[in-house]
Design a binder for this molecule. Structure first.
Ligand code: ADP
Ligand code: MG
Length: 322
């Protein structure tokens, strides 16, 4: 199969033929031409997946395609943007039609769900690597950024945290991962509808937002720095995956520091808390209030136990201050 046949296969399988008035010119020329609705800003993000680094060797072509779009959709969700178009830069060790069709099917699972148009990309030979650039639209004054959290705002997260980290730990220890954790690891479901709802219909409901890819604490620290605030988190309020035989400490630690969650963490002014809680059903995800934004402090985030006693979090565990 030559390069053009490969591109044709992707065009057909991954949303490159979808009719959309916004796409003035799609795949086939030197660049795509896209028109963005008046009053909207173009939201753009890029993520690269490298074999062996961003996904394990047992991921299928479909898992990889799904993940390549999912991680980018999660970034746009955190901005409150509506995903619309994507570019795909693909480096392949060989022109394998079966692999490519499986990969396109993984992309299509999400491209079809959100009516994304594949507008172009690039194809090279080399070690397997997938780069997706996802573009979307957001009303400029409605976008969610990391700046904007204020002391007194409540801190929320979607879904449950720590499942993918537990799946990874099980894999590293040659144990069978719990199914719920493995599913979330293999097929992260980006919170697109929630991001859009938080950007709001008439008024923005969240004051700041981020998607959790590197672990809750690390990602919330980005909001703290961008917003010049501190945070207090309640350990017992962290939403944990419902798995059997759970060591509570390990599950809480995974929720705080594990990566690959692709949930949204966001801050909400008190006036909007009830509107946000009402979103959970429509957005098909649990929402948990896990703490409060406070004045800037050092370190930025304090995690407290049931008694309000601060915990010291370390790389491999946490302990009470003595
Ligand atoms: P050029 O040499 O001018 O960069 P290419 O031959 O690389 O053009 O690409 C031809 C067309 O195919 C372009 O419109 C490009 O965006 C599209 N294309 C190339 N690779 C991919 C891909 N992996 N997925 C989708 N479209 C692609
Ligand atoms: Mg090119």
């Amino acid at each position: 199969m030559n390069e053009f046949a490969l591109i044709e296969r992707l065009r057909g399988g991954a949303g490159g033929s979808r009719q959309d008035d916004s796409v003035v010119l799609g795949i086939g020329d030197d660049a795509a031409l896209i028109s963005v609705a008046a009053g909207s800003a173009l939201a753009v993000c890029t993520d690269t997946l490298v074999a062996g680094r961003h996904f394990p060797a047992d991921f299928t072509a479909t898992d990889i395609g799904f993940r390549a779009l999912a991680v980018n959709l999660s970034d746009l969700a955190a901005m409150g943007a509506r995903p619309r178009w994507y570019q795909l830069a693909l480096t392949l060790p060989e022109a394998d039609a079966v692999w490519l069709d499986g990969f396109a099917a993984g992309l299509a699972l999400l491209a079809d769900r959100y009516s994304l148009v594949l507008t172009g990309g690039d194809l090279t030979a080399g070690p397997l690597s997938v780069t997706v650039t996802l573009m979307g639209e957001v009303m400029a004054d409605r976008s969610l950024t990391r700046a904007g959290a204020k002391p007194g705002d409540r801190i929320f997260v979607s879904g449950a945290l720590g499942g993918p980290a537990r799946a990874l730990a099980a894999r590293a220890g040659a144990r069978v991962p719990e199914p719920a954790c493995e599913t979330r690891f293999r097929r992260p479901l980006p919170r697109v509808e929630l991001g859009l709802a938080l950007a709001g219909v008439d008024v923005r409901l969240a004051s700041a937002a981020i998607d959790i890819s590197d672990g809750l604490l690390q990602d919330l620290t980005h909001i703290c720095r961008a917003s010049d605030v501190g945070m207090r988190l309640d350990l017992r309020r962290l939403p944990l995956p419902s798995v059997q035989n759970t060591d509570l400490d390990a599950a809480q630690m995974a929720a705080l520091t594990g990566g690959d969650d692709y949930e949204l963490a966001f801050t909400v002014p008190a006036a909007h808390v009830s509107s946000v809680l009402a979103l959970a059903d429509a957005c098909c995800t649990g929402l948990s209030e896990i703490g409060e934004v406070i004045e800037r402090r050092s370190p930025e985030i304090v995690v407290v136990d049931d008694n309000g006693t601060p915990l010291q979090i370390q790389g491999s565990g946490f302990q009470h201050f003595i």
